[in-house]
Ligand binder design. Sequence first.
Ligand code: DGL
Length: 263
Amino acid sequence: MSAIGVFDSGVGGLTVARELISQLPNENIVYFGDTARVPYGIKSPETVIRFSIENILFLLKQDVKLICVACNTASSFALPVIKNHFRVPIVGVISPGVREAVYATQNKRIGVIGTKGTIKSRTYETEIKQLDSQVKVTAVSCPLFVPFVEEGWLKGEVVLSVAKTYLKPLKDAQVDTVILGCTHYPLLKSVIQEVLGKGVILIDSAKQVAFEVKRILSSEDLLNRGKGGKNKFYVSDNPEWFSSLAERFIGKRLINVKKVDLT
Ligand code: DGL
């Protein structure tokens, strides 16, 4: 089964898997969520790079033809270092979102929100500037957003008040486009939009990532010719927790999530 391999620190990468399944229904997908070591967003670059390499080695054993790093923190820290060291193409979530944002902005002021690690790495900023050096980037981390989403707090007074505090620098900078630079944040889209105002464009890179995967598979003649892809889900810990949260991210309950030991 030649498949698309997808990994994330946990459950959030399912927002990307969902888009891959919808745009590439004939592809097999092998998803790995590193639930034993989540969260990546507060870990050091060295640790995230090591975890990412281990995740990739696991996916390569599952006969994958392309790997999608469906985690912003891993894409920020690990992708620039490891990208060209494996025998299959590796696609991250940063560049597709950056391209869309640079294309969308009218006033050349882009906001980026993500985990502490993603923001500290300045990867988004670097890639935006590479595409258009005139763009002013305002980047802030929103560490409480991940637990909010995992606890199912997607709206309400508390979330709104925290979002107002986090997003104030973006409002002050008058950004017209904001990259949701974390797998979990698309689930908080309505609160974020409410705080920033209707005029601000929110970029959720999952769609662009799936386009990019499709483009690479097609240009390398790797698209699956069969009908109806199969999906497999692996985690490094607590498959029950993963399954129960999965519905929120992928829109359906996942049964048969398997636990694997990477060591
Ligand atoms: N998947 C991570 C990301 O997109 C968020 C969760 C974590 O911190 O591991 O950055």
